[in-house]
Design a binder for this molecule. Structure first.
Ligand code: MN
Ligand code: MN
Length: 471
């Protein structure tokens, strides 16, 4: 007969135990199917513009209609609408049965990822090569971006205002680009440098070409040859780089990682893993009690500034419009009450303990790979500086919701106190006096060209966001 000691009985009763989400009840097939669609989304959504375009495409397929702004437009419970802001920011809504002044259930994620942008005057010839000058975007470890295949994505405008969309270096048979590094034989001085200085920002020059225009004694002949090539292929001139947004991203596609295929490796999982999971959750939502919103924003990696970032009035304006379209007696208080009555999940990734670098984490409070979605009460750095620090009432409401819906969750904190830190869009929402909590999966090698997530954390996050919309 099995004997359980009194101490062990007490442990079982009272101790909080975080465990692998792989050991919970779930359909292996669903996890696999979901992971495959996610990897496909990642491969085709490396930039904020592509992510928004693909989100819009999926929304249309699921019956979402664009907000028209036409007089006489009205919205009823169950209606599915969306609004795109400048091609880089999208909001999707499913209208609920409750009036707007009761507030909405919103999930927000960001679709921009750390990368390298071209400068407005990038092209130059030196030492029989043409290179492009760059300015990095977001917090990257610069040395990670050398000697890997890179692709060029974005838009460039011709003199006549015509927009050209570029996506170069992704397909088989298409050329890619790269940033070179010094051979070890001659790197004695470089190797003595601090890691952060080993490759400087001005050394992140993209190798673009090396063949001269076939004419004797022509100055900058490789550059001229490239002008000819660009003019023929895209109708663009050197001046047009000044009216472009060209982003350098890793050229490889999303892959399964591990002999057990339990993980996903890809560029841009911060934060497309949350963008994709919250998007799927709202796409399948029907007739919610409270109006549900999914907001995908740009510019998080550079402080949420700009007209497509979280600090733009886009969300406020669209909420005001949604309120006005769903009630016959709209006043400013309908809008204000909708904001302060709202519940918001700030869906962003966090770190998980990496055994190779575990010194930066408090292992009793950090998140672990595969243990489910991470609920982060506060982010920030140096004594919670800049943190949203969610109120316990809301943390309680959300974690109880997750428990009721068998969503595997864990708590997390971004590293040891004073080891560093980070922020999300949470603060900007909290200013509108709504309830806000950070919740998203943890990933390895964050902000690198090849970030790693766990398939079961991906799926747990999807289940978590799905349950949130029913709150
Ligand atoms: Mn993020
Ligand atoms: Mn980030």
């Amino acid at each position: 007969m099995e004997r359980v000691s009194e101490g062990n009985r007490l442990r079982k009763k009272y101790e909080r135990k975080f465990a692998s989400a792989w050991l919970s009840d779930f359909a292996e097939k669903s996890v696999q199917t979901f992971s495959e669609s996610y990897m496909n989304f990642l491969t085709h959504s490396k930039t904020e513009r592509e992510a928004v375009e693909n989100a819009e495409g999926e929304a249309k397929k699921c019956g979402f209609l664009p907000l028209t702004g036409n007089p006489g437009e009205k919205l009823n419970p169950g209606d599915r609408v969306y609004c795109v802001n400048r091609g880089k920011n999208i909001l999707l809504a499913v209208i609920g049965r409750e009036p707007p002044e009761h507030g909405f259930n919103m999930i927000g994620a960001h679709v921009d990822s750390p990368r390298i942008d071209l400068k407005p005057n990038p092209l130059y010839q030196d030492s029989e090569m043409v290179l492009l000058k760059t300015h990095y975007y977001g917090g990257i470890k610069k040395y990670q971006w050398t000697t890997i295949p890179l692709a060029l994505h974005g838009v460039i405008f011709r003199e006549n205002g015509e927009k050209i969309c570029l996506r170069l270096g992704e397909r088989d048979g298409e050329p890619c680009f790269c940033i070179t590094d010094l051979l070890p034989h001659l790197a004695r001085e470089q190797m003595e440098k601090k890691m952060k200085d080993a490759v400087s920002a001005e050394e992140l020059n993209l190798l673009f070409g090396s063949k001269p225009y076939p004419e004797e004694d022509l100055e900058d002949s490789i550059k001229i040859n490239i002008f000819d090539l660009l003019a023929n292929a895209y109708g663009i001139t050197e001046k047009d780089f000044a009216r472009a947004e060209l982003e350098i991203v890793p050229a490889f596609h999303a892959r399964e990682v591990g002999i057990d295929r339990s993980m996903i490796g890809a560029y841009g999982q911060d934060d497309k893993i949350c963008a994709y999971t919250s998007l799927q959750a709202i796409l399948e939502l029907r007739d919610p009690q409270r109006t549900a919103l999914c907001l995908l924003v740009d510019k998080e990696e550079i402080g949420s500034e700009g007209n497509t970032g979280m600090q733009s009035a886009f969300l406020d304006n669209t909420i005001a419009r949604l309120c006005a379209l769903t009630t016959d007696h709209y006043t400013e208080f309908t809008f204000r009450d909708a904001l302060s009555g709202s519940k918001f999940l700030s869906a962003d990734v966090t770190d998980v303990v990496d055994p190779t670098y575990e010194g930066v984490d408090d292992k009793r409070n950090s998140a672990f790979l595969g243990n489910g979605i991470v609920v982060t009460k506060y982010t920030g750095s140096h004594g919670k500086g800049g943190a949203n620090d969610a109120n316990a009432e809301f943390v309680s409401e959300i974690t109880n919701l997750f428990d009721r819906n068998h969503v595997v969750w864990q708590t997390g904190e971004m590293g040891k106190v004073d080891a560093g830190g980070g922020g999300t869009i949470a603060n900007y929402l909290a200013r509108a006096n709504m309830d806000v909590l950070d919740a998203g999966p943890g990933i390895l090698s964050m902000h690198s060209p090849f970030e790693v997530s766990s398939k079961i954390d991906l799926y747990s996050s999807y289940l978590a966001y799905r349950s949130f919309y029913t709150l």
